[in-house]
Write a protein that binds this ligand. Structure first.
Ligand code: GLN
Length: 317
């Protein structure tokens, strides 16, 4: 008898439908844990006990359970697409303006940016993502729908849209992001006007997608940088590897260490409760559950991904 659990042997493909369904049942009692974000009032429209989970293998097979086709604003998951575009447009010069260190403060910390003299710790904290948006605007111009175009091209879904109510709500309550942008500008690390960059940043965060869409959207990160729908190079293999490294070290902010221990995958979270996770060469998963833990990551979503990698015996380690 093999000592390796059946599900961990790569030769026989796990029954993902059954595994996802089992995880949904296991997670159900935990759906009341945590709190829906209240910094963006429009997020109060989310169903607090919603839960969706999807997994798409590199050969394109989609497995899903719960509310996996329900759309939500992807919030900071959009920073994965912003980073990809900024790297395409700017290459290594991007790293003159933003660091690659793990986050040691909350994702919207002003004190950290002041301490680091206007160089955000990494591209996934808000100040870092504001630099990404500034880079995109610098190359593509104001009012550019670069992210929308990108999301549609990697998903093949032309129905993907921004949620204007979420954009507006976020903009009306963007004092902290405005403060970060002003501080960046004061340090000479922001080229666009603050209002222009904030508008684009808020729009990007309001992009609405489902878990099923997201597993397709980040598929290039599991496939060496290729868009599996078109065969186009989205990122070089080297930049794909490096993007996954950044997702592992800072994709879930201050929780990165705990998340690496429990889940063991590159991942990116958003405050509407979505998380994407990448198992390079095998699959991408996306989970959504709006109640957040103390590190602003989905409570049940983190738990579900922990179960997924445990039950399937897969992780990057
Ligand atoms: N729109 C949110 C903000 O800027 C995104 C934060 C997140 O999803 N972590 O605060």
């Amino acid at each position: 008898m093999s000592l390796i659990p059946r599900s961990a042997r790569h030769s026989d493909r796990p029954d993902y439908d059954e595994i996802l369904e089992e995880i949904r049942r296991e997670i159900h009692p935990h759906l009341s844990r945590g709190h829906v974000d209240d910094r963006i009032p429009a997020l109060a429209d989310l169903r607090p006990d919603g839960f969706g989970l999807a997994l798409r293998t590199v050969d394109g097979a989609l497995h899903q359970t719960g509310d996996a086709v329900e759309e939500f604003s992807i919030q900071s998951i959009s920073k994965v697409f912003s980073l990809t575009l900024a790297l395409q447009l700017e290459g290594d010069a991007l790293w003159d303006r933003v660091g690659r260190a793990p986050s040691s403060s909350p994702f919207n910390s002003l004190a950290q940016l002041e301490h680091d003299r206007g160089i955000p710790q990494n591209p996934f904290v808000n100040a870092g993502a504001i630099i990404l948006v500034d880079t995109i605007l610098g190359h593509r111009g104001d009012g550019s729908d670069a992210i929308l175009e990108f999301a549609r091209s990697v998903t093949g879904n032309d129905n993907i849209r921004y949620n204007p109510k979420v954009t507006r709500s976020e903009l009306e309550h963007s004092h902290r992001n405005a403060a970060l942008a002003h501080l960046l500008r004061d340090f000479g690390n922001l080229h666009s006007e603050v209002d222009t960059v904030l508008e684009a940043y808020s729009r990007y965060c309001s992009l609405e997608m489902s878990c099923a869409d997201l597993t397709q959207a980040v598929q290039y990160l599991a496939q060496g940088g290729l868009n599996p729908l078109t065969g186009d190079v989205v990122l070089t293999a080297s930049l794909t590897k490096r993007t996954n490294a950044l997702l592992l070290t800072s994709g879930v902010y201050g929780a990165a260490g705990d998340f690496a221990y429990r889940v063991g995958l590159p991942a990116k979270s958003g405050i509407a409760g979505g998380i994407v996770a990448i198992m390079p060469g095998m699959w991408c998963a996306a989970v959504w559950s709006p109640r957040l833990n103390r590190t602003s990551n989905s409570y049940a979503g983190t738990l579900a991904l922990e179960r997924l990698t445990t039950v399937t015996g897969t992780s990057v380690f």
